[in-house]
Write a protein that binds this ligand. Structure first.
Ligand SMILES: *Cc1c(COP(=O)(O)O)cnc(C)c1O
Length: 341
């Protein structure tokens, strides 16, 4: 496989069109069988459901090369399943997990020259998404939908080591009880933009959102779940119906317990407990885990004991183990690695 001539190690996280994308259309009440196309433009009605009422959901995954030269995707079956749940909540006819996985396989195979070589730390980001494409003016679900999978090469998340980030407890809410916080939808991101721009202006990398009903419980950031470690080495992750069930977080919990013999607790985490944790991080497909060094609670600084220079030891163990599983240097649990052939 002749790879594209890109400066892999210095890619950022921006969109760069690749050769192929997968497209399927929902018309007359059913999904067609889908195909690869080269056109990166979409032509649709000015009144399309997605443009007027934000009827769209998405997923995010990565394809990368393993140590032995295979092109793989990490647990895409869980993304397929989550996209079904997201679609249903917005009255979008779900795409079957079989078609989702077939689309992923086809498009990654077709764009394999864009999958960064092993060792560069870069990967091919995969963005499946679906949206109402037919015109809607009165508020109701669209009639027709499109499902697409685009790919774009992205650079290593950590250039020159994993630097701990600073986060701030937000006064904005991310998700209401019984709302849409547990689905992966653009609408959850649109309304987080003002909050993240403000956080950045104030010198923080991310927001920590609390539960909107009581503002006492830790939920997640705009786009990643939290992991914490207690003094006795227990991994703790917030349990809530209004956070997105991160594939990375669920995988880390398994790895912590089954590979590293750690105690794992998924439970309600109160803001008051933040002072007691010795390590903290955010987790998601983008970085696996990014360590947190400081949490700002309205001017009061909570300094995480692992500090601002590097990952804490437990976080690092988790990170190294999951990365090893992904890259093929550590044996993966059955079914975790989806090979593109
Ligand atoms: C995508 C996302 C995550 C991370 O999920 P992964 O499946 O681990 O990539 C966490 N929170 C939110 C709100 C997200 O949209």
């Amino acid at each position: 496989m002749e790879k594209k001539n890109l400066d892999w190690a210095n890619l950022g996280f921006g969109y760069m069109p690749t050769d192929y994308r997968y497209v399927a259309n929902y018309r007359d009440g059913k999904w067609d069988k889908g195909a690869l196309i080269t056109d990166d433009k979409i032509v649709m009605s000015e009144c399309a459901g997605v443009l007027q009422y934000a009827q769209t959901v998405f997923e995010g995954m990565k394809a990368y090369e393993t140590v032995d030269g295979r092109t793989v995707v990490f647990r895409p079956d869980l993304n397929a399943e989550r996209l079904v749940n997201s679609a249903k909540r917005l009255e979008i006819p779900p795409i079957s997990p079989e078609q989702f996985l077939d689309g992923v396989r086809q498009v990654v195979k077709a764009d394999e020259a864009w999958v960064p070589p092993y060792g560069t730390g870069a990967s091919l980001y995969i963005r499946p998404y679906m949206f109402g494409i037919s015109p809607v003016i009165g508020v109701k679900p669209a009639e027709d939908y499109q499902f697409r999978i685009l790919t774009t090469p992205v650079g290593p998340y950590f250039k020159g080591g994993a630097k701990p980030i600073k986060i701030t407890i937000s006064d904005y809410d991310r998700a209401a009880p019984h709302g849409t916080g547990n689905i992966k939808a653009g609408l959850n991101y649109a309304m987080s933009l003002e909050a993240i721009v403000e956080a950045h202006q104030n010198g923080f990398n991310e927001n920590m959102y609390l539960d909107s009903a009581t503002r006492t419980k830790v939920e997640e950031t705009g786009g990643a779940n939290f992991v914490f470690f207690t003094k006795d080495g227990t991994m703790v992750t917030p349990k809530s119906d209004t956070i997105l069930p991160s594939v990375t977080r669920r995988s880390l919990e398994y790895v912590a317990e089954k590979y590293l013999g750690m105690k794992v607790e998924e439970r309600v985490v109160y803001k008051e407990e933040l002072d007691d944790f010795v390590e903290a991080g955010v987790c998601g497909t983008a970085a696996v885990i990014c360590p947190i060094g400081l949490i700002n609670d309205h001017g009061r600084e909570i300094r995480i004991p692992s500090g601002m220079d590097e990952m804490g030891p437990n976080t690092k163990k988790l990170y190294d183990t999951l990365r090893g599983i992904q890259l093929g240097t550590i044996e993966a649990p059955e079914g975790w690695i989806f090979e593109i052939k």
